[in-house]
Design a protein around this ligand. Structure first.
Ligand SMILES: [Zn+2]
Length: 379
């Protein structure tokens, strides 16, 4: 199973958009008008995150960057690549049929032409497998596995982690980051770091607090990306939120104490604050990250009520460090482009069954990020 589909199994019910969703866009609807006028200023960053790890994804990426993103008003595209690049420094860390350097340069040129910021992404620390199915890094370098003795086929096993204290890990992954930054001519780099559940298992890490281990990984990576390579560092913010205090729980936030690392990492990291449901409709994380000194990039998915409410809170809490809205997708760029192009969607196929809601969510999020408030999602 592809790593890119992992969120389907997170227990987030993605029910059909409710027709009777209460508008939370206070005062924005014009009486008697079926299409409320734009009332708000566009967010600075209007982004979409997609997964693409194959040369076959290049044509859909070109469509996304060259056609659909401009139409939707999106100006940032984050591409989750992981092992899907033809790495030259560590060819063993590449999947089959990867995106090539020439592909990346072509995509970068197209993005420049369209005034779109292109951001390569590599999942760091966690998400090194889907259950027993390892990503390219741990397949090639099993010595980096934080917990090789854990049974990845156990019912409650999620994803493997790399060991943040392994003496060889940074030398390898920093080479990979460098290749992606150079090939995509990137000014920003996304390091993932969401949903890290396996920490402190190996002899090097045992006995060290989870927050300390998590902060070490963040700080090591930050030193390379920001201090050495002078690019912006972006990451998912969930591990730095207290899952109990916020009510976000153990997925959208942390219940294994990594949240204590919030004051141990640099403030210039852009926190992609993802929430897909309504566990806490006040979305206090938008204010929290800003109060802590971080830029925050609220990131939604495919549920209309959550997207509407999340963006409303983002506007209400919009200070100079609230940078915009990011659409996440979690199906791969090929079905996303298929959905955006209006091709028929076969919802009996597993890959496509949630695509209608996703496409509607992307269109809704993109429109609201531009300052519009469509009465009907997906229009
Ligand atoms: Zn370790």
């Amino acid at each position: 199973m592809s790593l890119t589909r992992r969120r389907f199994l997170k227990g987030i019910a993605a029910g059909a958009f409710a027709a009777a969703t209460t508008s939370v866009w206070a005062g924005s609807e014009t009486p008697g008008s079926p299409t409320p006028a734009a009332k708000a200023a566009p967010f600075q960053r209007r982004g979409i995150h997609v997964s693409a790890g194959s040369h076959d994804d290049v044509a859909p990426l070109e469509q996304l960057i060259g056609q659909f993103a401009p139409v939707l008003g999106l100006n940032w595209v984050i591409i989750e690549i992981d092992g899907g690049f033809q790495y030259k420094s560590h060819p063993e860390c590449a999947d089959a049929n990867p995106i090539t350097r020439d592909d990346a340069r072509k995509l970068a040129a197209l993005a420049r032409d369209k005034s779109i910021q292109l951001v390569p992404m590599y999942n760091c620390l966690g998400h090194q497998s889907w259950h027993a199915d390892k990503g390219a890094l741990l397949r090639a370098h099993p010595e980096l596995n934080e917990a090789p003795d854990m049974d990845p086929n156990a019912k409650d096993f999620y994803c493997m982690s790399w060991c943040p204290n392994h003496p060889g890990v940074n030398a390898i992954v920093f080479d990979l980051f460098d290749e992606l930054i150079d090939a995509f001519d990137a000014k920003a780099f996304h390091v993932g770091m969401d949903e890290v559940f396996i920490l402190g298992q190996c002899p090097r890490c045992k006995g060290t607090a989870n927050a300390t281990l998590f902060a070490k990984a963040v700080n090591d990576i930050h030193t390379h990306l920001v201090d050495t390579r002078k690019v912006e560092m972006q990451m998912w913010g969930d591990r730095l939120l207290d899952g109990n205090k916020t009510g976000f729980g153990s997925w959208e936030a942390s219940t294994n104490d990594t949240w204590q690392a919030i004051d141990m990492v640099p403030k210039d990291i852009v926190m992609c604050d993802w929430h897909y449901g309504m566990d806490n409709p006040d979305f206090p994380s938008i204010r929290y990250f800003q109060d802590k000194g971080f830029r925050v990039w609220p990131s939604g998915w495919n549920r209309e009520n959550s997207i509407r409410r999340f963006i409303e809170v983002a506007r209400k809490e919009s200070g100079p460090r609230m940078v915009g809205y990011l659409c996440t997708t979690w199906v791969g760029v090929t079905p996303v482009v298929k959905g955006l192009s209006g091709e028929p969607i076969d919802t009996t196929q597993r890959e496509q069954r949630r695509l209608p809601n996703l496409i509607a969510g992307i269109k809704l999020g993109a429109a609201m990020a531009k300052g519009e408030n469509p009465a009907v999602a997906g229009t």
